[in-house]
Design a protein around this ligand. Structure first.
Ligand SMILES: [Zn+2]
Length: 206
């Protein structure tokens, strides 16, 4: 299926953007907080990224970007092993992820005492939150994909819905942590219940 062809038919294409959530080394299999099958999202995700770029639609990237003593780490009483410590190899985007030469990157979890699963208020290098960028660029609809379905994808999607954005979750380009075996299913149900569309990337339609 030719995504570029399908996307070229989107009537309001200047109001669409793709949000790529936390495709970082530490979340890949073998990483500090490796997610089973996390690497399998790369082929469909890169195809969608390419389609958006061909159509000159914005592709925005979020990343976990923690200080070494972040409150979410087990040494500080949090639930997670240390991961995505800023400026370390584990925090880098996976080498296989398609990036533009100057990707728009939004960092979250930067403050020691604050967990931030949602990318909605993640900040770019100049300190502009994603929420402000979306408003400034007049974006109305977000396609969202990445890691992990049951944490950052879910929380970002719910925030976007609360703020009134249309959201489509590209389910084959997401994977869940599944601390509990049902977490992915519950996350998809919550996002769907909040009005997000759940799509396979091959289903993208105008
Ligand atoms: Zn984190």
């Amino acid at each position: 299926m030719n995504l570029a062809f399908l996307l070229s038919g989107i009537a309001l294409k200047t109001h669409d953007a793709l949000l790529v959530v936390d495709v970082q080394n530490d979340f890949m299999p073998g990483g500090a907080l490796g997610i089973s099958g996390g690497d399998l999202i790369l082929p469909p995700l890169n195809r969608v990224i390419s389609a958006f770029l061909r159509e000159h639609l914005p592709v925005l990237y979020s990343r976990d970007w923690h200080p070494a003593d972040h409150c979410s780490f087990q040494a500080q009483g949090g639930p997670w092993p240390p991961h995505c410590v800023r400026d370390t190899p584990g925090a880098r985007f996976d080498d296989r992820l398609r990036l533009e030469p100057k990707p728009r990157i939004f960092s979250k979890g930067q403050h020691r005492d604050e967990e931030q699963y949602s990318a909605f208020r993640a900040e770019d290098e100049a300190g502009e939150p994603l929420s402000a960028t979306l408003r400034r660029q007049g974006i109305r609809r977000l396609y969202i994909a990445g890691l992990a379905t049951d944490y950052c994808v879910q929380n970002t999607t719910l925030d976007l819905r609360r703020a009134g954005y249309e959201v489509s979750v590209l389910t084959d380009a997401c994977r869940a942590v599944n601390l509990q075996p049902d977490d992915e299913r519950l996350a998809l149900r919550r996002m769907g219940g909040a009005g997000a569309k759940l799509l396979a990337s091959t289903e993208l339609k105008p």
